[in-house]
Design a protein around this ligand. Structure first.
Ligand SMILES: *[C@@H]1O[C@H](CO)[C@@H](O)[C@H](O)[C@H]1NC(C)=O
Ligand SMILES: *[C@@H]1O[C@H](CO)[C@@H](O)[C@H](O)[C@H]1NC(C)=O
Ligand SMILES: *[C@@H]1O[C@H](CO)[C@@H](O)[C@H](O)[C@H]1NC(C)=O
Ligand SMILES: *[C@@H]1O[C@H](CO)[C@@H](O)[C@H](O)[C@H]1NC(C)=O
Ligand SMILES: *[C@@H]1O[C@H](CO)[C@@H](O)[C@H](O)[C@H]1NC(C)=O
Length: 389
């Protein structure tokens, strides 16, 4: 995507705060819990020499290869619904296809079932959800089209606060259930009730340095992960799987800003270890725009993750809110302005936002805002890696 001053600034800030904060703490001490505070925040300046030197995990890396067979679930993740008593479980079944002759899978051919309970055995509750596939299509000669595996989203309800639940997901009728995973619900909402550690990350990608960041996150045992945009960087690749640190320098001739959607699947496989256990909440960044045929944008982002949009009164995947103990998180992604996702979006967003105030009794409100104002497009473009952050 083009250079946008404040998104770059946001990305820069996030990377400074998060990546290096984690690195710093991993050297000297574990990250203190909010329950230990108040304490002085620690920030570490960003070392600009690190930019543009990250190496992506290749498709052959064992951490990103498909390990399941047939319609067994993979890329399993947990995310929160609007309050502690409900979570979403998401996963993918079936193989993606990329090429010149693709036939989308039938999403109704595999059921979306989660069995769960407070004990490993028996898992005495069952919930059903919905499934979809998405396509990333390019109406240009030489570019390959992509169609995803079947994406499943199931909402569990009636959960107890601060409680560990075990679960399996999949389709029991074709004997394609996952192994047993577990997650812990958020504490009850109230002014003295908080999750002890929340990891905030942005600009994650899927580089060898990403693996270091995720190891640091896992070692610090967060109860919640917030991902504030720029997820997989699949848009630094052509549809033939060739990538570059600087898309616009290397591929200035392509008719559209291409992507290589399998990077999303690699990312989902790599992240499963963390996010099948710790809920992850995502808001979009410029790398998720991914324009395609029919002027569609943000299709992978909006399809792959579950968002508590409906539960929090939003009609969009770009803004939603949820409670994590005594925190009311308001996730605001600014890219709604460039999509047709919501008609009359200013009115919708304003109404929604005003309603958040009536939800604000529980304790703190924390806004996670991605690209807070619409940036002018005319750029002070300096170096190309800057545009590809
Ligand atoms: C990809 O899909 C687009 C939109 O349907 C179509 O125009 C194009 O021919 C397809 N490309 C290939 C290589 O199948
Ligand atoms: C990032 O990963 C590369 C290997 O790809 C390594 O050489 C480098 O030291 C890492 N950088 C940091 C800051 O960990
Ligand atoms: C992908 O396409 C680019 C641009 O046409 C080309 O330079 C590169 O060699 C291709 N890669 C493969 C693996 O075919
Ligand atoms: C896509 O957007 C362009 C420019 O905004 C517009 O001219 C065109 O009609 C749109 N195409 C579709 C299929 O909506
Ligand atoms: C947006 O929707 C509201 C409520 O339906 C309506 O009052 C307002 O006139 C609409 N604005 C536009 C520009 O359509």
């Amino acid at each position: 995507m083009e250079f946008r001053g404040c998104s770059v600034f946001a990305a820069f800030l996030i990377r400074t705060l998060v990546l290096l904060l984690l690195t710093a703490f991993s050297v000297y001490a574990e990250i203190p819990s909010t329950l230990d505070g108040p304490f002085q925040p620690v920030t570490v300046p960003f070392d600009v020499s690190l930019r543009g030197n990250a190496v992506d995990l290749p498709a052959t890396d064992s951490r990103v290869r498909r390990r399941v067979k047939g319609f067994e679930p993979e890329q399993i993740s947990v995310s929160l619904s609007a309050s502690y008593d409900s979570v979403w479980i998401s996963w993918i079944t079936g193989a993606f296809q990329i090429g010149y002759n693709i036939t989308p899978l039938d999403p109704t051919s595999v059921a979306s079932v989660v069995r769960y309970g407070k004990l490993r055995f028996p898992l005495n509750h069952e919930a059903k959800g919905y499934s979809l596939v998405y396509n990333q299509l390019y109406p240009f000669e030489g570019l390959q089209n992509y169609t995803s595996g079947i994406i499943h989203h199931v909402r569990l309800a009636g959960l107890k606060p601060d409680t560990k639940y075990y679960y399996r997901c999949g389709d029991p009728s074709i004997e394609a259930l996952s192994g047993i995973y577990s997650f812990k619900t958020m504490p009850v909402s109230g002014p003295s009730s908080y999750p002890s550690r929340i990891a905030v990350m942005g600009d994650l990608g899927l580089t060898f340095n990403t693996t270091t960041t995720i190891s640091n996150v896992i070692r610090n045992k967060p109860e919640l992960v917030l991902l504030v945009g720029d997820v997989t960087y699949a848009n630094l690749y052509l549809t033939n799987g060739t990538g570059s640190d600087c898309y616009s320098c290397s591929f200035s001739e392509t008719p559209i800003h291409e992507t290589y959607q399998p990077r999303w699947d690699y990312w989902g496989r790599f992240m499963q270890y963390l996010v099948s256990k710790v809920p992850v909440m995502v808001v979009e960044g410029n790398h998720e725009i991914e324009p395609q045929a029919g002027n569609q944008t943000f299709v992978a982002y909006s399809s792959r993750f579950a968002f508590p949009s409906e539960e929090s009164g939003s009609s969009s995947t770009f803004y939603y809110s949820f409670n994590a103990g005594g925190i009311h998180f308001i996730m605001l992604g600014a890219y709604i302005v460039i999509t047709n996702q919501v008609k009359n979006e200013t009115w919708a967003l304003w109404t929604w936002h005003r309603n958040q105030d009536s939800d604000g009794k529980i304790g703190d409100q924390i806004y996670i805002v991605r690209q807070p104002d619409k940036c002018p497009k005319q750029s002070t473009r300096t170096k190309c890696w800057f545009a590809d952050i």
